[in-house]
Design a protein around this ligand. Structure first.
Ligand SMILES: Nc1ncnc2c1ncn2[C@@H]1O[C@H](COP(=O)(O)OP(=O)(O)OP(=O)(O)O)[C@@H](O)[C@H]1O
Ligand SMILES: [Mg+2]
Length: 238
């Protein structure tokens, strides 16, 4: 049997926000070193789940373990890179200054700000103000800020939203190269055509895991080829 270690595990996770019960007895296993797509309609609980994993969300009950430790622990802070849904970079700083700002929060950095910009192919833009970046460059700068401190786990909430297909592809190539370095990526999207860029998928609906598997497994299970149809078919199974 192959030994799989998990980057993230959730057991019977329940989360309420305000008076709404958002996540219901959610169980989840995310192996290390994979790109896990988190798909689901708007309001299904993707951001809430990500916030819970990062340790920013009060949970009602259940357990979350991240890299073998209970979520929200102090030791995990430097192991997780989190990019929020409306990813923010500082418009009034240059690219390199944005990275330097985040790097200043760490005592030690494996990589220099210049190396991090290189990794997302923004070396040429290092001294350009973030306010003047194109949409794709801005998305890559936001990704770069999560790479500061060389975290093992990247939680990226709709990192490709608003980008054209070419730029999305470019960003997905970057995600792949990060996974090849052994990092685990949890990437949310509600664009179904991004599903095939993921090693595995979690389909979330109304705060429950509708299905988890590789794109091929989910196709076989449903007999559908288009990911939209796979999703609709899985809803029908419920
Ligand atoms: N503070 C709050 N009080 C009450 N309900 C909330 C609160 N914050 C979020 N919600 C609700 O929780 C549900 C899940 O929200 P969440 O942001 O996790 O969804 P999502 O899957 O990320 O959606 P999207 O694809 O639109 O980003 C939504 O119905 C939302 O309205
Ligand atoms: Mg969201």
């Amino acid at each position: 049997m192959r030994f799989v270690s998990f980057a993230i595990q959730c057991r019977r996770l329940n989360v309420k926000r305000g008076s709404n019960h958002i996540l219901h007895d959610l169980d989840l296993d995310i192996p290390q070193g994979v790109i896990m797509g988190l798909l689901g309609p708007s309001g299904s609980g993707k951001t809430t789940l990500m916030r819970s994993i990062v340790g920013l969300q009060r949970i009602e009950s259940g357990e979350i373990s991240v890299l073998g430790r209970p979520a929200a622990g102090k030791a995990l802070r430097h192991e997780i890179g989190y990019s929020t849904q409306s990813a923010s970079v500082y418009s009034d700083l240059t690219c390199i200054q944005n990275i330097e700002f985040f790097a200043a929060l760490y005592q030690k950095n494996e990589k220099s700000p210049a190396q991090i910009l290189e990794e997302v192919d923004l070396s040429r833009n290092a001294h350009q103000m973030a306010s003047s970046l194109s949409g794709g460059e801005r998305a890559r700068l936001a990704l770069a800020t999560t790479l500061v401190g060389s975290p093992q786990l990247l939680i990226l909430d709709e990192p490709t939203v608003g980008l054209d297909p070419v730029l999305r592809l470019q960003l997905w190539r970057l995600f792949n190269s990060l996974a090849e370095q052994g990092k685990t990526l949890l990437v949310s999207s509600h664009v179904m055509d991004e599903a095939d860029s993921c090693h595995q998928l979690i389909l979330l609906r109304n705060g429950e895991v509708l299905a988890q598997g590789t794109p091929a497994e989910l196709r076989t299970r449903t007999g559908e080829s288009r990911m939209d149809d796979v999703f609709i078919s899985l809803i029908g199974e419920q």
